[in-house]
Ligand binder design. Structure first.
Ligand SMILES: C[S@@+](CC[C@H](N)C(=O)[O-])C[C@H]1O[C@@H](n2cnc3c(N)ncnc32)[C@H](O)[C@@H]1O
Length: 373
């Protein structure tokens, strides 16, 4: 079941809807057209409101149509009706197109938009957001895992085009189509991991660990807080993580299940340094300690990480969507403040499950001449 919502809006000369009588005339014309598409439509309420009016109509099978007339020259129409999954839509795609052109023609409007039908209360949540909060619609046709852990809602959904996909607290994390994410994060082909000691902060989907182990590192510590993420990925994302999440420990790796800060602080105390640190945490990392705002926690992680990095080492992390310039700038400003000073390079890749370009950072100490610009 779902409620189908059709959103139509158009603009007219403000003089045509500037007063009550003008709004009545425009609404009358619109009502005639709407009645052709929604059976048994009757006006149930007509309310004058500041800046315009609101008309509420009801139709067959509880369909509601609300028409909001703004005296500045904008008219919005919301059509809502209930639909069982097996039922045909009340207004087919073809009819939507006809409705759109009828309104355009009869209303003599400057601008008109009919959005694709929005499905609400549907068994699958097909809407996620981009990094800059734009609405994205996915072709999700199944939910394989959906549980609440101590830290977050963990879901594995199936998308027709992306395969299985990990979603944490309604944020897309990784899918079976996202090898490019891992390869850009690790700069495959540009960095050599052979014989290196590496720490992964987060990385619960196991994809980064799985790919790094192919490069023969000396040792990898993966520090992931959420047991449930690993259980879900081990079962449903085997194509990207192999069996690393099942085994948890190998000759050259270990997964430690706790807040990454615990091991990082332990390494600081022991004065232990590594060659690479990967920031593969969720965009909003989970903080167990009371260390204030999210941004503050991210800075704490950054500062601590550089304390366990060899002078020749690198901190590799994913940043944000390429369109989220403000957040990227803020992050770069924080990098500028680090002591000892660091320099960074950036890479960009289109990540299929994010449906957008993503920025990745490679950060190293400035004093070390390791060839970066
Ligand atoms: C699944 S990975 C992948 C990140 C990613 N590709 C994205 O889109 O954000 C992120 C992991 O970071 C883990 N995480 C978040 N905060 C953490 C913390 N403080 N310590 C360790 N792991 C943490 C989450 O549990 C999650 O499994």
């Amino acid at each position: 079941m779902s409620v189908q919502t059709l959103l139509l809006d158009f603009s007219v000369d403000p003089a045509r809807v500037g007063d009550e009588s003008g709004q009545k005339t425009v609404f009358g014309q619109l009502e005639t057209i709407l009645k052709e598409y929604v059976p048994n439509l009757i006006l149930a309420a007509d309310i004058n409101i500041d800046g315009g009016s609101l008309k509420l109509l009801t139709g067959k099978k509880g369909t509601t149509v609300s028409v909001r007339m703004f005296d500045r020259g904008l008219v919005t129409v919301n059509i809502e009706y209930y639909k069982e999954d097996t039922e045909e839509p009340l207004i087919s795609f073809k009819c939507c197109k006809q409705l759109e052109s009828s309104v355009k023609l009869s209303m003599d409007c400057d601008r008109l938009k009919l959005m694709p039908t929005i499905k609400r209360g549907y068994k699958y949540d097909v809407y996620l957001t981009s990094s800059d909060e734009r609405l994205l619609e996915y072709d999700i046709d199944g939910v394989l895992f959906d549980e609440q852990s101590t830290f977050q809602r963990v879901q594995i959904v199936h998308s027709k085009s992306l395969g299985n996909m990990l979603v944490l607290d309604d944020l897309q994390n990784i899918s079976e189509a996202d090898l490019i994410y891992t390869e850009t994060l690790m700069q495959r082909g540009r960095e050599s991991y052979e014989g290196k000691e590496i720490v992964i902060l987060g990385g619960g989907d196991g994809a980064l660990l799985y790919e790094l182990l192919k490069e023969k590192p000396k040792f990898v510590w993966m520090l992931e807080i959420d047991e449930m993420v690993m259980r879900a990925c081990d079962t449903h994302l085997r194509s990207i993580c192999g069996d690393v999440l099942e085994r948890r420990k190998g000759d050259n790796y270990e997964i430690i299940v706790e807040d990454c800060m615990v091991t990082v602080n332990k390494f600081i105390k022991e004065n232990r340094k590594v060659d690479y640190i990967f920031g593969d945490l969720t965009d909003i990392p989970i903080s167990e300690s009371a260390c204030g705002e999210l941004w503050e926690f991210m800075i704490t992680i950054l500062h601590a990480s550089f304390q366990i990095l060899k002078p020749t080492g690198k901190f590799m992390t994913h940043g944000n969507g390429a369109t989220s310039r403000k957040s990227l700038e803020l992050y770069e400003q924080e990098l500028e403040k680090l002591k000892p000073p660091v320099r960074f390079t950036k890479s960009k890749a289109f990540v299929p499950s994010f449906l957008e370009d993503w920025i990745f950072y490679q950060i190293s100490f400035k004093s070390t001449d390791n060839g970066d610009a």
